[in-house]
Write a protein that binds this ligand. Structure first.
Ligand SMILES: Cc1cc2nc3c(=O)[nH]c(=O)nc-3n(C[C@H](O)[C@H](O)[C@H](O)COP(=O)(O)O)c2cc1C
Length: 291
């Protein structure tokens, strides 16, 4: 009822662990065996320490984070994912140019089924959302040479133009959205709360933004879309799929519902499909685009 195929990758369900949430170590990733796929933390060429504390702050309807793409660098990280018992591991990568993306992708290649290029981190300088739109096509082309599917993760900013460039480069899917650039201020001391001042807002509050982005992508382009942002219950996943997503990713909600969230969302989705007379999840993909 829930199995799908995405860029020739068979998944037992369309629910994926989003990049950056409990995916730095083999042990933490292996806790998500119920997910259809697991996306790694975004990994770069060299080790990156990230920003100073606090890097995390809970706000209404979600969280703010400014981790700063902290990661051990690809050489160390591949020691971590070697032999990992996850059926579909997707390698998330960031870099400053196409050469860096290629370098990291080549090292990760033996361990992953596909790559996810992070072109949308809202708080990293010169990479992520600041990665030039002009460089996107070439970057995707470069990583595609390795012969594995390439997903491109974008944010809400300049979305359609950036997606167009990714597709011209041969992207197999677009992932949308990343966390949304945001900040919070401690009024008693008149100071930004996060160490980096500005961070990314994720969780329930951003779901309508993500749904709108997926809907616009599905309206304009003919390739699989992976929806992400605020998915907490089966109903949220269904909403994204009706907007045109073939699969979805789940991040922040793990803080609220725990590691068992994939099992819960699977159960909730199946129940809803049955109650509403659908036999397979594929029947609801893009339904809202027709109405
Ligand atoms: C603590 C934290 C770290 C994150 N790190 C990454 C990352 O390394 N790479 C990336 O592409 N997205 C990263 N994200 C963004 C998520 O993958 C996701 O796109 C975003 O949080 C929206 O989904 P959610 O509301 O389900 O969390 C991070 C999010 C959080 C909360």
């Amino acid at each position: 009822m829930l199995e799908i195929e995405l860029a020739n990758i068979k998944m037992k369900n369309p629910f994926m662990l989003a990049s950056g949430i409990l995916d730095l170590t083999k042990e933490s990733m292996e806790k998500f065996k119920d997910a259809g796929a697991v996306v790694t933390k975004s990994i770069g060429k060299e080790e990156r320490k990230g920003y100073k504390n606090p890097v995390f702050h809970e706000v209404e309807c979600g969280i703010l984070n400014a981790i700063g793409l902290a990661n051990p660098g690809v050489e160390e990280y591949i020691k971590e994912i070697r032999g990992i018992k996850i059926e579909n591991l997707i390698g998330s990568i960031f870099g400053k140019d196409e050469k860096e993306f290629y370098y990291v992708a080549e090292k990760m290649m033996p361990f992953v089924k596909a790559f996810e290029l992070n072109l949308s981190c809202p708080h990293a300088k010169k990479v992520g959302m600041e990665y030039s739109t002009r460089k996107i096509k070439k970057t995707v082309e470069e990583v595609k040479q390795l012969g594995k599917p390439v997903f491109v993760k974008l944010g809400m900013e300049n979305l359609l133009k950036r997606a167009e460039k990714a597709i011209e480069g041969g992207a197999d899917a677009i992932v949308a959205i990343n966390s949304v650039k945001a900040m919070a201020i401690a009024i008693d001391v008149a100071m930004p709360i996060l160490g980096n001042k500005v961070g990314g807002y994720s969780g329930k509050a951003i779901k309508p933004i993500g749904v709108r982005c997926v809907y616009e992508l599905a309206k304009n382009f003919d390739l699989p879309i992976i929806g992400v942002g605020g998915i907490t219950y089966g109903r949220d996943a269904i909403e994204y799929m009706m907007a045109g997503a073939t699969a979805v990713q789940i991040g922040t909600a793990i803080y609220y519902r725990g590691e068992k969230i994939f099992r819960l969302i699977e159960k909730e989705t199946k129940e809803w499909l049955k109650e509403n007379g659908y036999k397979h999840i594929s029947e609801i993909v893009g339904l809202a685009l027709k109405n």
